[in-house]
Design a protein around this ligand. Structure first.
Ligand SMILES: *Cc1c(COP(=O)(O)O)cnc(C)c1O
Length: 227
């Protein structure tokens, strides 16, 4: 069911991403992350079969349940808010996009130290300043990044942001270019930060024009979510 037409949609999205890279002029590689939240393990298998080995989930428990059911070798991305009491599960994910507070960063750092395996993470930045969105205010990110330099259990690979829903193009560009600047700040603080996770079904082409290296697409690949 979920897979009918998925190959064609993936092909079209990849073409649009390539065109947006060309228009934007950043020359970056873009990882397509299939957001399978609310869909079953079959969606994950379908994504893998359609040549998309990166999948995104926004809830830890839902992701863990699917991991047990999926045989395909996919990389799991945690893209939703992580509660500190679930931090121990981060070792199951290839990348945690949603480090949105220093307390959470320290909790994940502790997990990485215990495991003797730094946890790859992104710092979430709230460029738009909307109350409904998590993440660090852009003007606090430099200080946070400086303080996290001693976090041996973290590998800070970049930043993630979310734009306001159905915003005008000018607003999207301001948010996405603000995230690009935030990435520069994190990298300048000494982290191996090169990833810019931004762009969802409604705004990924603008995000890629502004330099996104990871886009997180659900609806456009799998259809509207029912839950
Ligand atoms: C659900 C979700 C997405 C995907 O949204 P679509 O509009 O369905 O593409 C991307 N990022 C995050 C953080 C999400 O929670």
């Amino acid at each position: 069911m979920v897979s009918s037409g998925l190959h064609a949609r993936v092909a079209e999205v990849r073409e649009r991403i390539a065109a947006a890279v060309a228009r934007g002029g950043h020359g970056q590689r873009v990882t397509l992350i299939a957001v399978t939240k609310t869909h079953g393990a079959d969606a994950v298998e379908a994504a893998a079969a359609a040549g998309v080995p990166d999948v995104g989930e926004n809830k830890v428990q839902e992701a863990l349940a699917k991991m047990d059911q999926v045989a395909a070798p996919v990389q799991w991305h945690l893209i939703g808010h992580l509660q500190r009491n679930k931090a121990k599960h981060v070792t199951r994910f290839a990348l945690v996009h949603s480090i949105d507070s220093e307390r959470l960063a320290r909790a994940v750092d502790a997990v990485g130290r215990d495991a003797a395996q730094p946890v790859p993470v992104l710092l979430q930045v709230n460029v738009s300043g909307e109350d409904s969105k998590g993440g660090f205010p852009p003007d606090e990110l430099g200080g946070v990044a400086e303080r996290l330099r001693d976090a041996a259990g973290l590998r800070v690979r970049g930043v993630m942001t979310m734009a306001p829903f159905e915003a005008a193009e000018g607003v999207l560009r301001r948010v996405f270019s603000g995230a690009r600047e935030a990435l520069r700040v994190v990298s300048a603080a000494g982290h191996p930060a090169t990833e810019l996770s931004m762009g969802m079904s409604g705004d990924y082409e603008v995000a890629v024009e502004e330099g996104a290296t990871m886009v997180r697409l659900g609806t456009i690949l799998f259809g509207a979510r029912t839950t």
